[in-house]
Design a binder for this molecule. Structure first.
Ligand code: PLP
Length: 461
């Protein structure tokens, strides 16, 4: 691991002040920062840890937003980038190719299940989702079914913020300010099993997709987009047989199945691609984030031979692309990142350690506010409730007080970066780098227990 010190900032620069004045941070309440509520400035990373500008160390319990799966500070990745800079800095893959993009596409095709052999590079998750939505529509059009254009997604699911991807995103508070969105997306229930009636067959959640297809008219539906484990709402795991049923439904109605693996791929669930964990074959995989362990931005949409076929015939082409898609530096880093995965068997490590990780979180179940622990691999959530018996949740002002008024700040000040989130019911999410082990699990536990106990005292009368 590297021991490189943080780069020097411009002479005399007050980072807090300049950040508040000029750095428009994403999804951030910029008006909430002042001398008392400072912007966290992260300056250095190594392994499962990062440091701030004051020298404080944090356990990166979220892998920098589900990204840095191989851990921070890997010299191999820096070296791969440096070698590539010296060889070929940039060339576009619009009508040209270069060795790293070819090698990476070939590598990805060899790692995906089934006939997912056509790799279309992007710069991130939303671009991968946009590409998949456009490909699905275009695919049906080329086959003479131009009316098949609607996309079915799930409530509370997050698929990105560009207008097309946002249309698939099922979070009202993220959508409403930007309406009207791209037309033609519909939403169905997600697999929140914590709140699903115990006497109802969970497979009905898959059947809800078929009902929606039938309601809309199968001749108007292009694709269903689903995450293997849904992130927003707090790591919703599919019930047994869910994806097998969805696959059957999609086949029955000539609807493509898009597996949105922007978070779930790259070992997060113990497999390179998370559809393998749940044993289903998508028509398209969307991925990004940990493809390069996020050392440089890169995403990919990986389509099956079947879906690509109409575009590989005659004069057809997919009239879509991004200047930086398949950037040589990103491709070189992705190849080196995959080499690390293979050499260190990071997927095997996750599968060997996921039970220990989960048991650590479950050991907090005696705390009154801990309602549910769920997830898979190194991707878990704790749902926070007012009342375990009734599963009563914290609503608007209470959730605000709990998450932003206490938990986020307290966990951070005790050296743990994780995500306190209320896009669905309030949860805390954990997704540590895949190199994390017992030591990091214990550290997470030792921060969480007193903080959740205190949260219970504050919030439950
Ligand atoms: C499942 C899923 N899809 C798409 C996206 C969008 O990715 P990006 O932020 O790289 O555009 C995300 C981001 O977290 C995601 O979790």
């Amino acid at each position: 691991m590297s021991t490189v010190m943080p780069s020097e900032t411009a002479a005399g620069m007050d980072l807090q002040d300049e950040a508040r004045k000029h750095l428009w941070m994403h999804f951030s309440r910029m008006g909430g920062y002042d001398d008392e509520h400072q912007i966290p400035v992260i300056t250095r990373g190594e392994g499962s840890y990062v440091w701030d500008d004051k020298g404080n160390r944090y356990l990166d319990g979220l892998s920098g937003l589900f990204c840095v799966n191989a851990g921070h500070g890997r010299p191999e990745l820096a070296e791969a980038a440096a070698r590539q800079f010296a060889e070929l800095d940039f060339f576009v893959i619009w009508s040209y190719a270069h060795p790293r993009a070819i090698e990476l596409a070939s590598k990805l095709a060899s790692m995906t299940p089934g006939d997912l052999n056509k790799v279309f590079f992007t710069n991130g998750g939303a671009e991968s989702v946009e590409s998949a939505i456009k490909l699905a529509r275009n695919y049906h059009r080329l086959r003479g079914n131009g009316q098949k254009a609607k996309i079915i997604a799930r409530e509370v699911a997050y698929h990105g913020t560009t207008l097309g991807a946002l249309s698939a995103t099922g979070i009202t508070s993220l959508r409403s300010q930007f309406e009207p969105l791209a037309p033609g997306t519909r939403h169905v229930p997600n697999t929140n099993m914590y709140r699903y009636p115990g006497d109802r067959d969970p497979i009905l959640l898959a059947d809800a997709i078929e009902e929606k297809i039938l309601f809309e008219g199968p001749e108007t539906v292009a694709a269903v987009i689903l995450e293997p484990v849904q992130n927003a709402g707090g790591c919703f795991v599919p019930p047994d047989g869910y994806f097998q049923r969805v696959r059957e439904i999609c086949d029955r109605h000539d609807v493509l199945l898009i597996s949105d693996e922007v978070i779930c791929a790259w070992g997060r669930l113990g497999h390179y691609f998370a559809c393998e964990r749940f044993n289903y074959q998508p028509d398209i995989i969307t991925t990004a984030k940990a493809l390069t362990s996020a050392y440089v931005p890169m995403g990919a949409m990986i389509a099956s031979d079947k879906v690509a076929e109409p575009f590989y015939e005659g004069n057809e082409s997919f009239a879509h692309g991004f200047t930086f898609g398949g950037h040589p530096i990103a491709a070189a880093v992705a190849l080196a990142n995959i080499e690390i995965y293979e050499k260190e068997d990071l997927c095997g490590h996750v599968l060997a350690k996921e039970d220990e990780f989960r048991q650590m979180l479950e050991s907090l179940s005696d705390i009154p506010i801990v309602g549910d622990v769920r997830g898979a691999g190194f991707f878990h959530a704790i749902e926070l409730v007012k009342d375990k018996e009734t599963m009563e949740s914290f609503d608007g002002p209470d959730a605000e007080k709990l998450l932003r008024g206490y938990l986020s700040g307290e966990l951070y000040s005790r050296g743990l970066i994780c995500r306190a989130d209320d896009r669905g019911d309030p949860v805390i999410q954990f997704a540590p780098p895949l190199i994390s082990d017992t030591e990091q699990f214990e550290e997470i536990h030792d921060v969480l227990r007193p903080v959740l106990e205190e949260a219970s005292r504050r919030m439950i009368k």
